[in-house]
Every structure is written in C-alpha cells, then in structure tokens.
Design a protein around this ligand. Structure first.
Ligand SMILES: C[S@@+](CC[C@H](N)C(=O)[O-])C[C@H]1O[C@@H](n2cnc3c(N)ncnc32)[C@H](O)[C@@H]1O
Length: 241
C-alpha cells in the first residue's frame, strides 16, 4: 500500500461535502480559478520573516498578484481578510486599495503574550486587514476592529506525530509555527460570511479556516503546498487529530 504521507502530492485534492483542500501552489491555483467564485477569502499568507526558520516564510510574496487575484475570484459583494506582518501591512493596504473601496486594519490581541525586550512595549497583537466593497455583507453586531483571545495552545495546538519521522524536526514542538486560534478565525467567519457561503484560504496550513467554516455551516476551499500540513488539516477537519 502506498503511504500517502511519505510522498509529495502536488495536485492531490482531499474532498468532502463540507469542502476541499488542494495540495497545490496558491499562485498556480489562483491563475486557474474561475472568476467570482467565493463569498469570502480569509487567509494567513507567509509573513516573509523566515518564521521558525521555515523556507516557505522566506520567499518574496507577490502581494500585487495576490491582491489582483483575490479581487478576481471574489464575488462582487464579498469580503477579504488577510493576516500580515508589520513589514507587509503597507503593501497589502496599497495593493488591495486598487480594487476595494473599504479597508480596515484589524488586531488579534493576545491575552497570554510572553517575552520582554528591555525598554520596549511587549509585542502582544497580530495585524490583519479587512477589505470589501460598498455593498459587501457584514454579519455581526460586533463592530470593534479587534478580537481578544489567547494564543493557540492546549488540545487545539497540533503536535508532530512522534511515529512519523517526516513530521518531526529536532526541537520543534508544534506541527505548525503559525497555527491560528480557532476562536479568532470563527469570529472572522461569522462577521464576513453567511451560512452556506464558500470561503477560500489559499495558504491554509493546518486548516483552521476549514474547521471554523465546517462548524459554522459554511463551505471551505483551501490550498496548501506542504503535504504534511494538508494531511494534518484533513485529519483535523474529519475530527481525527
Ligand atoms: C502562515 S501559514 C498559515 C497557517 C494557518 N492559518 C493555520 O492556522 O495553520 C502559511 C502557509 O502557507 C503555505 N504556503 C506558503 N506558500 C505557499 C504557496 N505558494 N502555495 C501554497 N501554500 C503555501 C505554508 O506551507 C504555510 O503552511
């Protein structure tokens, strides 16, 4: 029997009635994606800061191309939300403002931040950007542009499988260094989409967006080129992890 976990599977799709994960390159997928397909895009692309030494976070991200493609594949009354690093925020704002009339910064305020640099404020929130058009859906009473929640930890945090050599790097405790809090993603899904909508995440990592979408009665479409993250996300969506 072929062990799917031990091979690279560019082009493989995991499908269910709740949604799909494509093992693919986000740019290739977007180029081939039909226009006006999604009601919302909620995504957490690479930050370009080499987080935890990961190759995928070191490359130059073509934010201009992503902004164009996000607008193209989004339905006209849809919403886009991107998490980004401090360095990228201006680029995302500038590029998305070519296509969207409404733009608002957003913060995930972490209640349990640790670490201290003498003479500086403690780093305790992550930046995001919400953009949309004049008639876009906004489905919540919550109007503040921040959400307060702890970091992803405890049972929610995915750990590498100790029996799988491929999944464990020495010294690496969690499976994915930037797994987002389910509480945060659920709050974005509720605000930016309706039940039955399809939400897209082209940089899905451990599939937090898919888990939130399924729980809240939305469909998901996700793209991730790291096959071990794809598998972990799929196990998580099926409730196996
Ligand atoms: C910041 S992480 C997303 C983490 C996710 N929000 C979660 O909760 O697990 C970005 C992900 O994008 C993937 N990635 C980077 N470049 C990609 C590309 N060109 N195509 C597809 N996936 C890519 C990386 O492997 C990484 O898992």
């Amino acid at each position: 029997m072929i062990d799917l976990r031990k091979l690279e599977h560019l082009g493989v799709t995991s499908s269910s009635e709740d949604g799909d994960i494509h093992n693919n390159d986000a740019f290739f997928f977007l180029e081939n994606c039909p226009a006006h397909r999604y009601e919302a895009i909620i995504t957490d692309p690479p930050y370009e800061i080499g987080i935890a030494g990961k190759d995928w976070d070191c490359k130059k991200l073509r934010i201009d191309v992503l902004a164009y493609q996000f607008h193209r594949v989004l339905k006209p009354s849809g919403n886009v939300f991107v998490f980004c690093s401090d360095f990228q925020f201006g680029d995302w704002y500038r590029e998305l403002s070519r296509y969207f009339t409404k733009l608002r910064k957003f913060a995930w305020c972490k209640t349990d931040s640790v670490g201290f640099n003498k003479g500086m404020f403690q780093e305790s929130f992550e930046l995001g950007l919400h953009v949309c058009s004049e008639d876009s859906y906004f489905g919540t009473e919550k109007r503040k542009n921040y959400v307060v929640s702890g970091k992803t930890s405890g049972k929610e945090r995915l750990m590498p499988d100790p029996d799988e050599k491929w999944s464990t790097k020495k010294g690496e405790k969690s499976l994915h260094p930037t797994q987002k809090s389910l509480e945060v993603i659920e709050s974005l899904v509720t605000s930016l989409s309706k039940e039955g909508d399809t939400i897209f995440d082209p940089f899905s990592g451990t599939g937090t967006l898919g888990v939130a979408a399924k729980t809240l009665g939305r469909r998901f479409e996700m793209v991730e080129y790291g096959f071990r993250y794809h598998i972990a996300a799929w196990d998580r969506i099926l409730g196996k992890e």
